[in-house]
Design a protein around this ligand. Structure first.
Ligand code: GUN
Length: 302
């Protein structure tokens, strides 16, 4: 292997420690601590584990962190009523409804009920729109985590050709907007893309968020490219792999995220970070104008 590892576990821990220190300082100053409410509807075992991990991360950072467990039989209106109560609760800065919700509930209706200033997933049209306008407020956690990893490794996407594989609202689209905001040139590939391999072969940065085990082959990776693998796929053997053929890609890449231990831990870390930021916005400590990122096009040299 020639690539260096983008160690998500270590970077996530440093983000979480940093948030923990800021929460401790608020506590020491006699101030209210940030609060994240996590709502889970039904018994999906994977969701139960995710929610537990989110709750534990909040507790470790010293935050207030109620978990609201609702049975499978809960109606959409009952979930929306809980969300509205949390919207009005001054001790709560962030609200997360764990997805998927049971089939009889429209997830968009539930997410749309979350007050935008408490949308710590960054899923709302307003938060996604603000990112598109280069004035992000609450940013989708996984792409935000990808950018944090690049920052930690000292990788500046400015001027790079980035290929994002997958166009989901949660990963692909916001990842493309994040990279564009930092001055990369973006290609978003999806199921209708004619020459996926050709696009990947030209990419300086590859973000893979498709949800198909080892779909991206190692020999597609341009020598020296940076590979961010968002996939978490469990094989029938029980082994967890990403969307990229790790060992072969690591022979060509300059930097690569492992799976597990890469982008995954960053998603929870950025949720904790977003909860702190939501608190800071609500308390008037932070304004999103502070974070305007201008990326004017530099004319090519003559
Ligand atoms: N289910 C799986 N990942 C996520 C996430 O990031 N946010 C929410 N709300 N649900 C999820």
């Amino acid at each position: 292997m020639t690539a260096r590892l983008l160690d998500g576990k270590a970077i996530a821990q440093s983000v979480r420690d940093n948030v923990g220190r800021q929460v401790a300082a608020l506590k020491a100053a006699g101030k209210r601590v940030p609060g994240l409410a996590v709502v889970i509807v039904g018994q999906d075992p994977a969701s139960q584990i995710y929610v537990r991990n989110k709750h534990l991360a909040c507790e470790a950072a010293g935050m207030h962190s109620p978990v609201i467990l609702m049975p499978d039989t809960t109606t959409q209106q009952e979930v929306i009523d809980v969300v509205r109560k949390l919207n009005a609760d001054p001790a709560i800065d962030g609200i997360l409804v764990q997805l998927p919700v049971p089939k009889h509930i429209d997830s968009k209706a539930v997410i749309d009920a979350i007050a935008v200033e408490k949308d710590v997933d960054g899923f709302s049209p307003e938060n996604l729109g603000l990112l598109a306008q280069r004035t992000p407020r609450l940013r989708p956690c996984t792409p935000y985590g990808c950018m944090k990893m690049l920052e930690h490794a000292g990788i500046d996407p400015k001027g790079m050709d980035a290929v994002v594989i997958g166009q989901s609202n949660i990963v692909g689209r916001p990842a493309a907007l994040e990279l564009l905001m930092r001055g990369a040139t973006i290609t978003v590939c999806h199921s209708q893309t004619k020459d996926l391999i050709g696009h990947v072969r030209r990419a300086d940065i590859v973000v893979a968020g498709i949800g198909k085990p080892e779909f991206v082959k190692g020999d597609w990776i341009k020598p020296g490219a940076v590979v961010l693998d968002v996939g978490i796929n469990r094989l029938p053997s029980g082994k967890v792999v990403g969307d990229v053929e790790f060992a072969a890609a690591a022979e060509r890449a300059s930097w690569i995220t492992p799976v597990p231990g890469g982008v995954g831990p960053m998603t929870i870390a950025m949720l904790i970070q977003n909860t702190l930021e939501a608190y800071q916005f609500r308390e008037g400590i932070l304004a999103n104008t502070d974070r305007t990122v201008e990326q004017p096009l530099t004319p090519p040299p003559r």
